[in-house]
Design a protein around this ligand. Structure first.
Ligand SMILES: *[C@@H]1O[C@H](CO)[C@@H](O)[C@H](O)[C@H]1NC(C)=O
Ligand SMILES: *[C@@H]1O[C@H](CO)[C@@H](O)[C@H](O)[C@H]1NC(C)=O
Length: 358
């Protein structure tokens, strides 16, 4: 622990009574994380600023700031693209990994920092379900990240210690073993949180209230990309319930937002959820902080129009914590502000929308 950390912590505890803080605020200089106010960390983004500055490390939790009494589809959630493809994750196959990564925090860290939806690629591999990138259409020992059971157990631990939170999983699913997913979710102890397909709105109606979802403990919402599994395993087929824009470079063209092939048109209101992807086809860690910035917020506005004046419920990014200041967290706060009180930041909703300046 450096001197700066001790000083900042001491002054912070004093400041509780004095109501001042000498820890650095958003976009002020810093040399380490502990120099920054709560909810910020010390980061360098050469595209955005010189040196190291405090930037955000979590979104505002709308359930805590306001309440959770609205339908699930009236809230927005930060989503990590390829949440499992984590930098420096040790090889679990004994063979060095040769593939790209999209995140750098563990799943547990992602959840603690406010990520509430995870995109995971599931494959049959080595007699089990693994999270993996494909090479030639298959999971290989040099593209595999980890057995799905390990990640799912991290999610189980989060749900059990955070009884008011909901986690959504969006599976790019290549598992063909019959009931392969059902088995791994059961083994991970997650079936007790399972949100039943039968309760999902089929025709553009609102989802159940978050408070009811929490009361019934149906706090794990899972979507698969394989249509037949809705019938055979009770796992919701994603595009029966959600529209989604193009992903990769096609989803980053300024001013343009159109559906990916599997999704119906963005303005199809028979699907109650809207997901916006905003990440490059080939992830580049050093570019992520510039991506997760104003251009992302502009795209949310573009997709709002394309989706028939509907704000996104899920915003999906690479390296979710990298930004020029507010990043993907500010984007989610914007969405929740728009969804919950028609203001451009959820923080404003607390004081009632009458104070909303736009
Ligand atoms: C912050 O850091 C930058 C780059 O190191 C420096 O140019 C600037 O003067 C610093 N600002 C303050 C207020 O200390
Ligand atoms: C919950 O928050 C929303 C958004 O601010 C508000 O419209 C609603 O009236 C609140 N509900 C309750 C029960 O407080």
């Amino acid at each position: 622990m450096g001197f700066g950390k001790v000083l900042c912590l001491v002054v912070l505890s004093l400041s509780l009574s004095l109501n001042i803080s000498t820890c650095s605020k958003l976009l002020e200089n810093c040399s380490e994380d502990s120099d920054c106010d709560a909810g910020l960390y010390c980061f360098s983004c050469p595209q955005g600023f010189i040196g190291k500055k405090c930037v955000r490390s979590s979104p505002t939790n709308p359930f805590k700031l306001l309440n959770n009494s609205l339908p699930f589809n009236k809230y927005a959630f930060l989503t990590s693209h390829n949440a499992f493809a984590i930098d420096k994750e040790p090889s679990r196959t004994g063979v060095p990994r040769v593939t790209t990564t999209n995140q750098e925090d563990t799943i547990t860290q992602q959840l603690h920092n406010g990520v509430r939806a995870l995109m995971l690629d599931t494959y049959d591999f080595d007699g089990a379900v693994w999270l993996c990138h494909s090479f030639g259409g298959k999971c290989r020992d040099f593209t595999a990240f980890e057995p799905a059971i390990d990640t799912l157990k991290e999610i189980e631990a989060f749900l059990s210690s955070n009884p008011s939170e909901i986690v959504t999983l969006i599976l790019e699913d290549y598992v063909t073993t019959p009931k392969g997913l059902t088995k791994v979710f059961t083994d991970a102890g997650l079936m007790k949180y399972w949100f039943p397909v039968a309760k999902m709105p089929q025709n553009g109606q609102d989802w159940p209230l978050v408070s009811d979802i929490v009361a019934q403990n149906h706090r794990l919402i899972v979507f698969t990309s394989i249509k037949s599994k809705q019938q055979s395993e009770g796992i919701a087929y994603q595009w029966n319930f959600m529209v989604e824009n193009k992903y990769g470079d096609d989803g980053m063209k300024k001013g343009s937002c159109s559906n990916r092939g599997e999704s119906s048109a963005l303005n199809d209101k028979s699907k109650s959820l809207v997901l916006v992807n905003y990440f490059r086809s080939v992830s580049v860690k050093l570019l992520a902080c510039g991506q997760n910035s104003q251009n992302l917020i502009d795209m949310l506005q573009t997709c709002y129009g394309a989706a028939g004046n509907r704000w996104a419920n899920f915003v999906t990014v690479d390296y979710y914590k990298r930004s020029e200041g507010g990043g993907a967290f500010q984007a989610v706060d914007r969405l929740n502000g728009e969804l919950l009180c028609g203001c451009n930041d959820v923080q404003v909703c607390k004081h009632g929308s009458s104070t909303c300046t736009r």
